[in-house]
Design a protein around this ligand. Structure first.
Ligand code: NAD
Length: 484
């Protein structure tokens, strides 16, 4: 199903960005097109020493960047937003090529990603402080905010643009300099965004990008360097846990955006058609490869069959194929291993008694695709409900007792987002309060918004990105006790 026009632009940067220079390395990492497994590009693979040079560059640029007027920092972010929007189509195409998601999803990602630059350009000039008399009257309490320092930003492959801008935006707004380490599956988008930021006027050394492969030794070396003061990581819970342990050695300030396992609860009084629309959005954004993806559908028995029929009709109408083709509505997964993992989860669910009502198999055309799948008769204890699927598979569980469903929803180690459909807003708010997740979609299948605090509880992470909270994550609080 290969689209013959799948080629990377001649101006695409392929090397590390260190201290404002594009630096080539001997060793290369191949970037693969998930549509056919072909090599799209060879990107310079940075060694741990190269990565330490990037940290040095960020350290050298830090003092002047933190002293740069907030308005100037804001204008660079604003300009980056404008260029990204002007170049939305070419960036979207690049995302589709290296990640596989369909063009409509990729366009939406570019708009979402650019919005982080606009939002944080507006936040850069709103770094607050406090000035008060001590309660005893003995002195004054003066509180200001200072940038944390050099920030190491590590991002996953599923949102190659948005996860980068969600970190670079607030870091630069706060006055931090950064080393971005994108996933080696999808480094091209991150490199393209760094080049856009250069055109927007970001000074040398403020944004550095390296693509070490393997990642482990390079990230460890940077965390041990004594110069990295902030780690902002988005990725899987096991890798996040590993990096938290490494960051502990130098007491590095951490923000962790980790895996999810979202419940999607449909009560008997839900608006069925809105619930099916929401389910499609919550499940199929990015072909199911989203940390916010609905992973466990709990549907009240009174509307279970109607919901299952409606969802199956929508899922089976999706067209699996090359994300660049206009008729395609779901693209391949990012890699062979991801495809195999989804197939394994579906096979295990079948062995546990689940019925496949649509899909249930991998693409046979050589792509890393998996057909959109609905599983019914999934039992509460099925292992698929305990695992982040990260693919286009919707397991449906029937429930009878509405009082009981909260305990089932909370019965996982993750707590990123939950979805609830009910027309009884009182019930919806009570459930939203009690759900163990950092975010809740109430009669809504999409929660992501640069103006909202995004993040999870339990093993889904620490801290928040987006909103004003996202800026605070890159600031330290300084308190001066004064007398005069
Ligand atoms: P991953 O954990 O494998 O990789 C994330 C990043 O860490 C990549 O840059 C990768 O190269 C790097 N990495 C991998 N192993 C490493 C190691 N040993 N040492 C240092 N760095 C290492 O995750 P992924 O497969 O790229 O992304 C999917 C995961 O990300 C899912 O679990 C998903 O839920 C999660 N995610 C979370 C959010 C969120 O905001 N909470 C958003 C998107 C994705």
């Amino acid at each position: 199903m290969k689209n013959e026009s799948a080629k990377i632009s001649a101006s695409q940067p392929l090397d590390s960005l260190i201290a404002g220079k594009w630096v080539a390395h001997k060793s290369k990492v191949s970037v693969t097109n998930p549509v056919d497994g072909s090599t799209l590009a060879q990107v310079s693979s940075a060694t741990p020493d190269d990565c330490l040079s990037a940290v040095d560059a960020a350290q050298s640029a830090f003092n002047s960047w933190k002293a740069t007027a907030p308005r100037v920092r804001a204008e660079i972010l604003r300009k980056s937003f404008e260029i990204m929007i002007a170049e939305q189509e070419s960036l979207a195409r690049l995302i589709t090529l290296e990640n596989g998601k369909v063009l409509s999803d990729a366009r939406a990602e570019v708009a979402y990603a650019a919005e982080f630059f606009r939002w944080f350009s507006e936040e850069a000039v709103r770094i607050d402080g406090d000035y008060r008399r001590a309660p005893s009257g003995a002195n004054w309490l003066m509180v200001s905010r200072q940038p944390v320092g050099v920030a190491l930003l590590a991002t996953p492959w599923n949102f190659p643009a948005a996860m980068a801008t969600r970190k670079i935006g607030p870091a630069l707004a706060a006055g931090c300099t950064v080393v971005l380490k994108p996933a080696s599956e999808t480094p091209l988008t991150a490199l393209a965004i760094a080049e856009i930021m250069q055109r927007a006027g970001v000074p040398d050394g403020v944004v550095n990008v390296v693509v070490p492969s393997p990642s482990g030794p390079a990230v460890s070396a940077m965390l041990k360097s004594d110069r990295v003061r902030k780690l902002s990581f988005t990725g899987s819970t096991p890798v996040g846990s590993l990096l938290l342990a490494q960051a502990a050695e130098k007491i590095i300030n951490c923000t962790m955006e980790l895996g999810g396992n979202a419940p999607f609860i449909v009560f008997d009084d839900a608006d069925l058609s809105a619930a099916i629309d929401g389910a499609m959005l919550a499940k199929m954004r990015n072909g199911g490869a989203a940390c916010t993806a609905a992973n466990r559908f709990f549907v009240h028995e009174k509307i279970y069959d109607a919901f299952a029929d409606g969802l199956t009709a929508r899922m089976s109408a999706l067209v699996l194929g090359d994300g660049l083709d206009a008729k395609t509505t779901v693209g391949p997964l990012v890699s062979k291993s991801q495809q195999q993992q989804v197939a394994k989860l579906v096979d295990e669910a079948k062995a546990f008694g689940a019925k496949v009502v649509c899909g249930g198999s991998a693409a046979t055309d050589g792509s890393y695709g998996y057909f959109p799948t609905v599983l019914t008769d999934v039992s509460f204890d099925a292992p698929i409900l305990q695992t982040e699927i990260f693919g286009p598979v919707a397991p449906l569980v029937r429930f009878k007792d509405s009082d009981d469903i909260l305990a089932h929803a909370n019965n996982v180690e993750h707590g990123l987002v939950s979805y609830v459909y009910t027309q009884d807003l009182g019930r919806g708010m009570r459930i939203a309060e009690a759900l163990e997740s950092g975010m809740v979609g109430l009669n809504r299948g999409l929660v992501s918004d640069p103006a909202a605090p995004f993040g999870g509880v339990k093993q889904s992470g620490l801290g928040r990105e987006g909103a004003h909270d996202g800026l605070l994550a890159f600031l330290e609080t300084k308190y001066v006790a004064g007398n005069w």
